[in-house]
Design a protein around this ligand. Structure first.
Ligand SMILES: NC(=O)c1ccc[n+]([C@@H]2O[C@H](COP(=O)([O-])OP(=O)(O)OC[C@H]3O[C@@H](n4cnc5c(N)ncnc54)[C@H](OP(=O)(O)O)[C@@H]3O)[C@@H](O)[C@H]2O)c1
Length: 230
């Protein structure tokens, strides 16, 4: 039996990854805040995996992360997917300190604490998947808080990757371009959905990286729109 923890699994890319990785030998630990949406995802995957567990915690606050860690328990994970994320998109002068701290909490501190707690206990051949973004490598006007968080996680996870090599634990970083999910619903401006890639394509890339033999790490995957990114 394999144990997979996926954060932000209630919709979008996290949900697509949960659906893609469900298997008869897999226990899926699915995390988010939205109890109704997460229940729907659990219902959709439960016949395709050995067991599914719902974990409802707010990663923007330290107590939410520690409660999630406690609920996952001591049994080692075979896969940690750091997917939960938020995007505050506005001129940097208008970003409030609360929005900044929430971005740091969900997009940086939660992955840090989850990797710190779980990665060291993973068996050889296990993986950590970080859902980064093309905004982890390229900065865009009005995306300063988001780019800050993804650049930070990029640097952190590259260092952790090297620390975990001796344990044969793979750190797989995924860099999607604009992906058609609800994260865009609150972003001001014209963001044509037809120019975005799908969450299922991101999930397929994750599944491909994980499907390689244990001694092969597909360390970085960038997913662009073939016709050009937004
Ligand atoms: N969509 C894109 O264009 C795109 C491109 C590159 C990278 N990404 C990255 O992909 C990841 C998933 O994004 P998405 O597009 O699928 O977004 P989404 O549809 O908005 O989903 C975000 C997920 O994160 C969870 N989440 C948000 N805030 C949370 C909090 N405070 N505590 C716990 N969970 C929280 C949400 O769950 P609840 O609301 O139920 O808590 C939801 O499951 C993010 O890291 C994002 O930065 C997205």
């Amino acid at each position: 039996m394999k144990r997979y923890l996926i954060t932000g699994a209630s919709r979008g890319i996290g949900r697509a990854i949960a659906e893609k990785l469900a298997g008869p030998d897999v226990e899926l630990l699915l995390h988010a805040r939205d109890t109704v949406a997460l229940a729907e995802v659990c219902k959709a995957v439960k016949h395709h995996c050995a067991r599914v567990v719902r974990l409802i915690h707010d990663l923007a606050v330290p107590s939410g992360v520690s409660d999630l860690i406690d609920q996952v328990g001591k049994k080692p994970l075979d896969l940690l997917v750091n997917n939960a994320g938020i995007a505050i998109v506005k001129p940097f002068c208008e970003i409030t300190s609360v929005e900044w701290e929430q971005t740091v909490g969900v997009n940086i501190t939660a992955p840090f604490l989850l990797m710190q707690r779980f990665a060291g206990q993973m068996p050889p051949g296990s993986s950590v998947v970080n859902i980064l973004s093309i905004a982890a490598k390229t900065a865009f006007a009005n995306w300063s808080a988001y780019c800050m968080s993804k650049f930070a996680l990029e640097g952190f996870s590259q260092s952790v990757r090297d620390e975990l090599r001796e344990h044969r634990i793979r750190v797989l970083n995924i860099y999607p371009a604009a992906t058609n999910t609800e994260i865009w619903d609150d972003v001001t401006g014209d963001w044509p959905r037809e120019k975005m890639i799908s969450a299922e394509e991101v999930a397929s890339a994750v599944a491909y990286a994980l499907s390689r033999p244990d001694n092969v790490a597909v360390e970085n995957i960038t997913l662009s729109n073939a016709a050009g990114n937004l």
